[in-house]
Design a protein around this ligand. Structure first.
Ligand SMILES: [Fe+2]
Length: 377
């Protein structure tokens, strides 16, 4: 059985209707886990951390991880690079934008309004929103994003053959195959790259910064992958499985990373306006860092929205659909969203999200499940 979910934009979200919001509870009950204790502690300490993580997965699905390799310095630097990328003029960003053939690179992402439902046409990629009265609306273009995958190998060559074999060569929708198997598209690091010879404004310094950006993001990608792998080992232990039980699902480094910029809004009357529709992640695990000062990320817990604020010395981690499936429902895939706070709507929100996912061609069969199949909630 293959995981199949409604595909939204780039294949990493499971989308929900956006009706019937409540205001969020302004406090956090998200546990903080010290992953260093798991990595270097005694067997007893490791088991105890694994048990803590199990309770997280069972009850809330989100946790702060502290003392990982993603320290304050790395977080700060990564978000500075986020800002640098999105501050480039739009003409430059368009040079490494997504195309019909390649969804990696820069794109603009359309959010939804309060009480509205986002509808994306799979064929055209066009987005619109529909309110409670079934009226269509022009929607604000509030999010810019940059999607990047493993830059070290060339997995798309093998994957292309695989997907062609599986789905055929003549798929009309770009979402039906090869969603994430094309080369990364970066800002130019050499004058000759990707038609950038037409960009007269490109300076030596631009190339230098772009190279540093690319190196940094690749480094951050690797660190996230290692950190996620450690957390997944702890999850395995929490389920009384060998530490490396889930390794073969993730051996090909097919993970995806998304940089995001939620643009400031000039409309000051949009408290709780949804900037990112509520959804659950398709991933095994998602690692998120966000900048200080804007907040807005909320998750659904016990029939209410709760805030997931910025913490200086921790990253936010949630278990996704794949882990819910692999653990046969013992770990939750919790829905979440991003809303606007009136007092902070004039500020940009930056986040970098790393999706730790199984090998793209990996089929999750019943034999991989623990016990009888429990449907998604
Ligand atoms: Fe998400």
């Amino acid at each position: 059985m293959i995981l199949q979910r409604k595909i939204l934009n780039n294949n990493i979200y499971r989308n929900f209707s956006t009706f019937n919001y409540n205001n969020a509870v302004n406090h956090s009950v998200i546990p903080i886990i010290d992953i260093k204790q798991f990595k270097y502690g005694s067997d007893q300490t490791r088991q105890s951390i694994a048990n803590e993580i199990y309770n997280v997965g069972k009850n809330i699905g989100f946790m702060y991880i502290k003392n990982s390799e993603i320290d304050v310095k790395l977080k700060t630097k990564t978000l500075e690079y986020n800002q640098w990328l999105f501050n480039l003029p739009i003409q430059k960003k368009q040079l490494f934008a997504q195309t019909d053939q390649n969804i990696r690179g820069y794109y603009r992402f359309q959010g939804v309004g309060y009480g509205e439902q986002l509808v994306i046409d799979d064929e055209t990629g066009h987005a619109k929103s529909i309110d409670e009265n079934n009226n269509n609306h022009e929607i604000e273009d509030v999010i810019e994003a940059f999607l990047v995958g493993n830059d070290h190998q060339k997995p798309w060559v093998l994957k292309k053959d695989y997907y062609e074999q599986r789905y055929g060569k003549n798929q009309s929708s770009r979402f039906k195959w090869l969603p994430n198997c094309q080369p990364n598209q970066w800002p130019a690091t050499e004058p000759s790259e990707n038609g950038f010879e037409n960009d007269d404004t490109l300076t030596e310094n631009d190339l230098k910064v772009a190279k540093a950006f690319r190196n940094h993001m690749n480094h951050y990608f690797d660190v996230c992958s290692q950190t996620a792998s450690t957390i997944v080992s702890a999850i395995a232990l929490s389920l009384a499985l060998p530490l490396n039980h889930f390794d073969h699902f993730h051996s090909k480094n097919d993970h995806t990373m998304e940089l995001k910029h939620y643009k400031p809004s000039t409309n000051t009357n949009k408290n709780n306006k949804v900037r990112m529709n509520e959804h659950a992640d398709l991933s095994t695990l998602t690692l998120l860092i966000q900048n200080k000062g804007t907040d807005g990320l909320q998750l659904w817990n016990q029939s209410e929205w709760i805030d997931a604020p910025f913490l200086d010395d921790a990253i936010l981690v949630n278990t996704g659909d794949v882990m819910e499936r692999l653990s046969n429902g013992q770990y939750k895939s919790t829905k979440h969203r991003v809303v606007m706070n009136n007092q902070k709507s004039h500020l940009s929100r930056y986040s970098t999200v790393f999706f730790y996912v199984p090998n793209w061609e990996k089929e999750i069969t019943n034999s991989d499940l623990m016990g009888d199949l429990i449907p998604f909630s």
